[in-house]
Design a protein around this ligand. Structure first.
Ligand code: AMP
Length: 257
């Protein structure tokens, strides 16, 4: 497995792969890899000849008071996991921005509700970095998790609207034994907070079969001490929620008929 730091080197490599008619796959991540990421990598591995995992904690998708600085970074653990999972290139750029970068990708429909309401600028950062990654890695396929459901909808919309020649695949939410969706941010949780996170997952799951799912989940979550609801919204057959457990923001979603 190669580690590539420079966007230009990555792009050159991708172009030579394309000349050789290899099918290129991309799994974008912010690192601190866990079984959720590994499921994406396993799926992508089956779909391509050359697999790139990008590892970049994109500063522009974090708000000024968010956790960019303390976001978990574990390069060598990630490196080992990627090698074990037969990744060809770990693309870990220092930055994808110039000091005077002034070009942004703004999507104005999918990005508006749910997380968009509470994290202004977040999806602008996500959309911009994904388009950069697509131009640098030139993937034929890219794999995303349903864990970040709104992000998945966003990337599908961008690829369609901008005619980007990449096929998007998705993987269902991967959960730990206690039902909590794997997330790099789970590392912030204390043991007692972890129990609350498990209750959050369980209530969301139970709520998905209720008649008035949004309201029921909001009410049940409201009874939990140590948890604050940001939103519970049903969108296109998914029940999506964001909560704060202490100082950690968690998102999750379940299918909801
Ligand atoms: P992140 O590193 O958090 O930006 O996530 C990178 C990719 O992994 C995104 O497409 C996420 O949706 C996906 N992902 C993260 N956690 C999970 C999970 N528990 N199950 C499925 N996919 C996940």
């Amino acid at each position: 497995m190669k580690v590539v730091r420079s966007p230009r080197t990555m792009q050159r490599m991708a172009r030579s792969w394309k000349e050789d008619r290899y099918r290129v796959g991309l799994v974008p991540t912010m690192g601190a890899l866990h079984p959720g990421h590994l499921a994406l990598i396993a799926k992508a591995r089956r779909l391509c000849d050359r697999l790139v995992v990008s590892l970049y904690v994109n500063p522009t998708q974090f708000g000024p008071n968010e956790d960019w600085e303390r976001y978990p970074r574990s390069f060598w653990e990630d490196h080992q996991l990627c090698r074990q999972h037969h990744v060809d290139v770990l693309f870990a750029p220092k930055t994808l921005y110039f000091p005077d970068s002034s070009t942004w990708v703004i999507e104005e429909s999918v990005s508006v509700d749910r997380c968009g309401r509470f994290r202004p600028g977040h999806f602008r950062g996500v959309a911009t970095v994904l388009v950069k990654l697509f131009w640098i890695v030139l993937p034929d396929i890219a794999v995303f998790g349903e864990k970040d459901y709104q992000q998945l909808e966003l990337v599908q919309r961008i690829v369609r609207d901008l005619f980007i020649p990449v096929r998007i695949f998705s993987v269902p939410v991967i959960r730990d034994h206690d039902g909590v969706a794997w997330s790099s941010r789970n590392r912030y949780l204390s043991p007692s907070e972890r129990k609350i996170a498990a209750q959050f997952a369980s209530i969301l799951k139970q709520g998905s079969s209720k008649k008035n799912a949004e309201l029921w989940v909001k009410e049940e979550l409201g009874k939990l001490e140590g948890l604050q609801v940001e939103y519970v919204e049903k969108v296109q057959g998914r029940l999506c929620a964001a909560v704060w457990v202490g100082t950690t923001r968690l998102i999750d979603n379940v299918p909801c008929p």
